[in-house]
Design a protein around this ligand. Sequence first.
Ligand code: COA
Length: 430
Amino acid sequence: METKILDKSAKLLIGDKELDLLSTTGTEGETSIDITKLRDKTGVITMDSGYGNTGSCFSAITFIDGEKGILLYRGYPIEVLAENSNFVEVSYLLIYGHLPSKKELEKFQYDLTHHTLIHEDMKKFFEGFPPSAHPMGILSAMVSSLSAYYPDAYNPENYDLNIIRLLAKLKTIAAFSYKKSVGQPFIYPRNDLRFSADMIHMMFAVPSEEYEVPKVLEDALDLLLILHADHEQNCSTSTVRMVGSSNANLFATISAGICALWGPLHGGANQEVIEMLEHIKKDGGNYKKYINFAKDKESNFKLMGFGHRVYKNFDPRAQILKGSADKVLNLLGINDPLLEIAKNLEEAALKDPYFIEKKLYPNVDFYSGIIYRAMGIPTNMFTVMFALGRLPGWLAQWKEMKETPGIRISRPRQIYTGAAKREYTPINKR
Ligand code: COA
């Protein structure tokens, strides 16, 4: 890993104690101060609620410059990968650190198409869920259940095999959870289809009819998956690293990441965006009213799909998707009034001093839901599609952590604010 120690070290003064701290800088110039010995030497901890200013690892996978709107996977700009690559190649790049050779890609593709089946017994698990079950709940339960079928997951020799298994099987599980929610029979994976085409086929084919995957759907899904593939230490990825740091098996670890992604402030936002846009449409399309709600702290209303912890200028993924939304809807011949409302909302917010001052811009979730909707994917599946896209990133981050020597279990500290030690007075003596 290319990190170098800066010659100027930082000094911290706490009371009469002075501490020299090591300063490190990454390949893109971002700098950190190492405080791991701070408590041992001074008795003091740092406080950083929401970890907005805390680095938890060195990582060579993804770089984000939130001020400039830059996103690189292993050094390659997201715009270049979105234009020229495909999800399978991007997955390989993220997990193994370099673009695959032709031979490596063929082997990877072969492996991903030959591990897609889940154990037949697992189909019974789907039966146990009520039809109203959210597919994200099913997805995380199923992924965790895979550990029962692959107890070898603890063995480092099997890490790569289980990475392949998970990448190959998640789309089968995701598609089955969709079929479960609409009450249709499961469609099995097909080895002659490319990754995204197979996913679309498993979702939309029915046993009684021929179904050819429309190229526009395959391409749209592949693009969405590429754009979601990694985003450095976000909530779900940090969850994966945290759970993985306890040496929990890979399936349990990724299942925890899926649960973290489910939340509406994270991956669940794409579902919330569509629900918000539908609500605005039903309310006569008066988007300005909702801009005002978002600015009013009393209302507790947030413009879903706006704002980001890291991007403070623009989210490059949102820009790519805005263009793609127009293209996909045109190709599919769909005129979705929600796209019009979304564009109006964006235009109004970008001119509004509140959003300008707080640096709030559309994020990846703002337009992704419109494309999923046009593709015929139901709202409650949006976050499942996000999970499918994010999986290679989680796997790459988990693998990187496992391969880093000296990694310790994640265990933050706290400042206790409860009652000081006090006497217990029993009500009744035993
Ligand atoms: N609408 C209105 N106001 C918003 C906002 C939104 N979508 N997002 C942030 N703000 C405001 C906050 O109220 C806060 O205002 P304050 O300074 O007056 O307290 C300020 O902007 C900073 O936001 P904060 O919530 O502290 O930022 P964060 O980094 O903790 O949170 C998000 C980032 C993404 C969770 C947050 O912007 C959000 O909830 N967005 C909507 C959900 C979403 O789209 N999530 C997907 C992320 S990819």
